[in-house]
Design a protein around this ligand. Structure first.
Ligand code: TXA
Ligand code: MG
Length: 352
């Protein structure tokens, strides 16, 4: 049975010790990070790591991120790093950045899915940091969700999916950032973003480094394609309900198109859901056939990143035939949000 530790109002030291003990004894602990919740296991024990794949139903070709609490631990899991990699780690750790480095022999191959590289991250969330420190081992952790579902950002969603699949769940309230870490790799002295996140291309440029987005960030990846990050190939975040995105630089054009699609669907007797800015709900209120799910405020895209996965989870709870998502500008944190939303629509994007 899964034990639930509630740290929302107070961190309970004794329970945190029990969670660390569980990691050392090869158990699974769901813990908060500043991005999304993770399902953690001792990254140095193959049998413990195997349990993560079983709990999530995760394909065995999608490698895990190893979470560390200091640079000594980094040296245990990697085989060195260059100056550019060092600069990135110094600038963005602890925080929402995962960097792909050469792995050490200590990291079992089921963590990396037989790659000779390993994704490493030093989280800033206090519970994550303390858990790693107390366990005194690096913690392998994918996002806390069944494979293919939106990443878990609150314990209500996580408990529904992972109850009885893990030993302990630590509840620390809603995740701050809400989208997973920026995954990057230095290739020929250039920083390549494999998965966009809170750390943006501008943030990386601002520390004087050359950066580009991997070409697959907004594209469908074919099974046969060779990609830098296996995670790009896997189906992600999509509700069961048919979901479509409408995208243009100009919001008014998007909203007019959404109204047009609503009318077409209503004529066919279909019910429509819309995911968009909170402020736009009023435009669709009059229509009983429309369910509106607000994803956050126009002047604060971080409110959107924070809500986006719980909004996607809501879609299937309503009796709707089709869901339309309002696309946002691919700038700053908007790059990460759009990367997740495009996958949630399974690449069905109406770009006007
Ligand atoms: O914010 C996050 O990164 C969260 C929290 C829990 O830390 N974790 C997370 O893990 O999102 P996961 O397993 O859901 O996503 C890991 C991503 C996948 O896209 C995977 O392909 C990529 O990182 N990845 C891991 N190791 C890699 C490697 N050696 N080379 C390339 N990509 C790698
Ligand atoms: Mg994930």
């Amino acid at each position: 049975m899964t034990q639930l530790y509630d740290f929302k109002n107070k961190v309970k030291k004794e329970e945190l010790n029990k969670a660390a003990k569980c990691i050392i004894e090869d158990g699974l602990v769901v813990f908060p990070t500043e991005t999304v919740y993770g399902i953690g296991a001792n990254a140095l024990v193959k049998e413990a790591v195997d349990k993560i794949y079983v709990a999530k139903g995760r394909p065995s070709d999608n490698p895990l991120i190893v979470h560390i609490c200091d640079f000594d631990m980094l040296n245990n899991v990697t085989n060195g790093y260059n100056e550019i990699e060092n600069k990135l780690m110094k600038a963005f750790w602890p925080g929402p950045m995962t960097i792909i480095l050469k792995k050490s022999e200590l990291v079992p191959y089921n963590v990396t899915c037989n790659l000779d590289t390993v994704g490493v991250r030093m989280p800033s969330n206090i519970i994550a940091k303390e858990l790693i420190k107390l366990a005194n081992v690096p913690i392998a952790a994918p996002s806390a969700n069944i494979s293919g579902k939106p990443s878990g950002t609150n314990v209500k969603d996580i408990f529904e999916e992972l109850n009885d699949r893990v030993d302990i769940i630590i509840d620390y309230g809603n995740s701050d950032i809400g989208v997973e870490s920026t995954v990057l790799k230095v290739i020929n002295d250039e920083v390549v973003i494999l998965r966009p996140g809170k750390i943006t291309p501008e943030d990386i440029e601002n520390i004087g480094l050359k950066v580009r987005l991997d070409s697959h960030i907004f594209l469908d990846v074919k099974e046969s394609e060779n990609v830098e990050s296996p995670g790009m190939k896997h189906r992600h975040y999509a509700p069961k309900t048919e979901t479509i995105m409408v995208y243009n630089q100009n919001e008014e054009i998007i909203l007019n198109k959404i109204l047009e699609i609503i009318n077409e669907n209503i004529k066919l007797g279909k019910k429509v859901g819309i995911i968009g800015f909170d402020e736009n709900e009023i435009l669709f209120k009059e229509n009983d056939e429309v369910v509106y799910i607000g994803y956050g405020k126009k002047d604060n895209l971080y409110s959107v990143s924070k809500n986006i996965f719980s909004c996607l989870r809501k879609v299937d709870e309503y009796d709707i035939d089709v869901c339309i998502i309002q696309g946002i500008a691919k700038k700053g944190i908007g790059i990460a949000i759009m990367n997740r939303l495009i996958r949630a629509c399974e690449y069905k994007v109406i770009e006007i």
